[in-house]
Every structure is written in structure tokens, then in C-alpha cells.
Design a protein around this ligand. Structure first.
Ligand SMILES: O=C(O)CCC(=O)C(=O)O
Length: 327
């Protein structure tokens, strides 16, 4: 397959593809709406992500995931298929490493496609548990314009980077992809399932997909839990308002944001904005609480020297509070 591009350890160490590799990868991405950068991440980085995943969520079986997804918001879990769950990842530990969220090789590849000022739009994981069925075939986002002629020439506006945290063989179920579907005229017509392209994912793969490319999680017929991390990068003007309605799409605390190198903070401004919004909610809750605790007046009696409540501007004693002489 011409869209699986091998990344050498020298390119990885330099944090940049060789110019001819980058040219080839960009051409394939534009044509197919997807590529694999095989070896894009070092095995140690991916293994650390998997360890972090296990430490946080390894104790949850399918039923535990289901209960989390059904609990009232806020929750970081959403069901996205049968025995398949999407989880917003808190960006700390291995999931907060600049090597993962702001990987130089990936960013240098993405900048010509999305602009130098691209933004991280979401960071989640989709996990399929043994027994997961075939997911519905979908695009991550609808076309921005309905006119087919526009979509044909519309450049990419968001890229989903999947990072499998384990080697995913065909039994465990990788993601099936329909190359070229980002440019199809109709966005309602779904292709026959037997036209899907699928292949095992390896640790270290970065599977890049145009947000318009059709794909579906394949069934998990094995006995391993299969977590894949998803980093979505977008043009500055594109905001995804469909995929994370009941949860945050980026979860990074202020102290973690402030520890990031200055140079990558612009990439993460949306994490900062979501964090700020949470802080305002906390302020709202604190203020409402303070009002509730404030001592309430015990009597509604009006003092004689206070303004009359009728709005006349006179003192109460000279207005409605005048003493009526005893007859
Ligand atoms: O589980 C997978 O392989 C794909 C998941 C996915 O595309 C989604 O949930 O949007």
C-alpha cells in the first residue's frame, strides 16, 4: 500500500521527515485522505502511554465502562459502539508529554496541511473490549459545504491522528478505512463493507485521517482490550461541535499548562480555554453557595427613617409609615 510510509529512527530522532519522505507522505495524504507514518512514535513513548492507560482505566471491564458512560454528566466516558468507549484523557503523565501531544515530527508534517497556527482540538482514547462488534461507518465530521464541487477542492481542515497503544492484529480489530472517501461527491451514500481497507496496526504507527474520510472500528474478536489514542489537530477557525457534546474534549489543568514549554502553548490554547471555563463554573458555584449561606433578614419590618418602599423617595415615617393620630 503506497500510503504506509516508513519513518526511520534517524528521522524520528531529528523530529522531521526527510524532504522526499515528507513530499511523498503529503501527496499520498491528499490523494487518499489517510496515511500511516509507520514508526512515527518511539516504542518507549507508546509503551508509556499504554502503562498510563492501564493505571487509569485497566480496572474497568466492559460493564464498568458502560456504567461510567451512563452516569450523569460530567463524565469523561461516551459509548461509541457496542463494547466500544471513547474517553477524554487527562493530559498529564505520559498523556501530557510534549513528545505525544506536540510531537515535532507530526507537527512539522501537519503544518503545511493545517497552517503553522494549527490547534489541538481533542485528545481522547477509543477502547474496544473483547466482543465489540463492527462500528457504524462514519466520517468524523460532515463536509463543511454540501455542494460536491466545493468538497472536491476543499483542503483538509482537521486531521485525526490515531496512535494504537498495543499491536492490533486483525483479530483484535484495527480501524477499517475507505481511502479516497474524503473527496466522494455524496456524503450520505455508504460503501459496501467488503470494500474496506484494513491491516494490522503496529505500536509506533501514527494513522492520520482527514476528518472527512470514512472509517469504522472493526470487531474485537480477540481477548485483549484495545485502546487507541486520538489526537485531533485543526485549523484555527475550525471547532468541532459534534463529537464531544457532553464532555470536555481536552482535559489539562492550569498547573500542567503552565509547565509546558512556551513554544507549544499556542497549540494548546483550547485546553487553556476549556480549563478557564471550568474555573468560571467553580466561581459560579462558590458564589451561589455564599449567597445561600448569607444570613437572611429575620424580619420584614421597615425602619421609620428608611426610604419608603413605595418609591416616593420620602422617608417611611413621612409617607406610608405616618402615625395615624388616635381618635
Ligand atoms: O475504534 C475504532 O477503531 C475507531 C473509532 C472511531 O472512529 C470513533 O469512535 O469515531
Amino acid at each position: 500500500m503506497d500510503w504506509i510510509i516508513s519513518v526511520s529512527s534517524a528521522e524520528r530522532a531529528r523530529g522531521e521527515l526527510l524532504p522526499e519522505t515528507a513530499r511523498e507522505a503529503t501527496a499520498q495524504f491528499r490523494k487518499h485522505g489517510c496515511i500511516v507514518l509507520r514508526g512515527g512514535l518511539a516504542p518507549g513513548v507508546v509503551d508509556a502511554m499504554h502503562q498510563e492507560y492501564l493505571a487509569r482505566f485497566g480496572g474497568l471491564n466492559g460493564r464498568g465502562m458502560q456504567a461510567q458512560a451512563e452516569s450523569p454528566p460530567p463524565t469523561r466516558f461516551t459509548q461509541v459502539g457496542d463494547c466500544r468507549y471513547e474517553i477524554t484523557l487527562r493530559m498529564n503523565g505520559a498523556f501530557g508529554s510534549p513528545e505525544v501531544i506536540a510531537n515535532p515530527l507530526l507537527l512539522r508534517f501537519l503544518m503545511p496541511l493545517l497552517g503553522e497556527d494549527l490547534r489541538l482540538s481533542s485528545f481522547t482514547s477509543v477502547v474496544s473490549h473483547p466482543g465489540a462488534g463492527l462500528q457504524h461507518v462514519h466520517r468524523d465530521h460532515a463536509y463543511l459545504y454540501n455542494e460536491p464541487s466545493v468538497n472536491q477542492v476543499m483542503p483538509v481542515y482537521a486531521v485525526n491522528v490515531s496512535v494504537p497503544m498495543i499491536d492490533v492484529d486483525m483479530e483484535t480489530g484495527p480501524t477499517g478505512i475507505w481511502p479516497g472517501s474524503h473527496m466522494w461527491d455524496s456524503q450520505t451514500e455508504l460503501p459496501p463493507l467488503d470494500t474496506v481497507t484494513s491491516f494490522p496496526f503496529l505500536r509506533g504507527d501514527c494513522v492520520l485521517m482527514d476528518y472527512r474520510t470514512l472509517h469504522a472500528g472493526l470487531p474485537n474478536r480477540g481477548n485483549r482490550i484495545r485502546p487507541i489514542a486520538y489526537l485531533v489537530y485543526a485549523r484555527t477557525w475550525f471547532f468541532d461541535e459534534v463529537n464531544h457534546p457532553m464532555r470536555v474534549s481536552l482535559d489539562m489543568r492550569m498547573e500542567e499548562y503552565q509547565m509546558l514549554p512556551e513554544s507549544i502553548r499556542p497549540l494548546l490554547t483550547r485546553a487553556l480555554a476549556q480549563n478557564m471555563r471550568n474555573r468560571w463554573l467553580e466561581v459560579d458555584v462558590r458564589e451561589a453557595d455564599a449567597v445561600r449561606r448569607r444570613p437572611q433578614p429575620t424580619s420584614s419590618k421597615i425602619g421609620r427613617n428608611e426610604l419608603c418602599p413605595c418609591g416616593s423617595g420620602k422617608k417611611y415615617k413621612h409617607c406610608h409609615g405616618q402615625l395615624v393620630p388616635a381618635s
